[in-house]
Ligand binder design. Sequence first.
Ligand code: SAH
Length: 260
Amino acid sequence: MPSHTENTGSLAIVGLGPGKREYMTARALKAIASAEYVLGHSMYLEPLEPLLNGKTVISSSMGKEVDRAQQAIDLAKTHAVAIVSGGDAGVYGMASIVLEVLEHDGAEIKVEVIPGITAANAAASRVGSPLSGDFAVISLSDLLTPLEIIEKRLDAIFSLGIPVVLYNPKSRGRPHNFALAVEHARKHLGKETPIGIVKNALREHEETIITTLGEIEEHIPAIDMHTTVIIGGSESRIWRRGDDVKGIITPRGYHRKYIY
Ligand code: SAH
């Protein structure tokens, strides 16, 4: 008798949050604690190391997501498996590819998607309250989405005047996409529009810059693949105390109803 029968396993698709342990959910910690196998990109697995004792850890590199998803599903037919993503697994993460491969595989496996703090929330929290109402999120990576579509979407969302969060703003493979986003923003927003640049939000080596659309050029070298950029909307403003920049505020609209 094998110790496991078909499909007695489980699959947790776990969002790890931005990086520091205290920003992980209790549910994510529990799913990792009860997993026999943990799969993910090595960048996300390294900080988890103390939690991985006694587990089989399968780390792989970027670009191997489909293989990793299939491997997780095959293992989850008979074992408790956790597959991890940074931030939220459902936001530019592993959740969709794992579910697509599972849909195709047809296996009956217990699956749970465990949410995590996504980069938009992590970055916003470090620069005040820039995303207080409606906002949009877009990735500048043209690895899986053609650049023409990204540009169409940039133009459309900046035209709404709501804050826009840029994921994957720059990497070696696509150094010019950020400049394109700035061009689209400038068609619709004034040069005083606040911008928050947050590198490594809520993890080691965090860096924060608050600037404006008019002065963004000088900060472009600071933007890399570990950075999230928040471009404010038409109502966003910089909160100052004297000469000090305290943060970015996008009012929710209380001033239209109350006096304070
Ligand atoms: N699933 C992840 C996003 C993966 S896409 C999430 O929900 O956060 C990768 C991009 O996310 C990076 O290029 C960067 O723009 C952003 N990102 C992820 N973690 C970040 C962090 N701690 N600080 C700043 N940006 C981050």
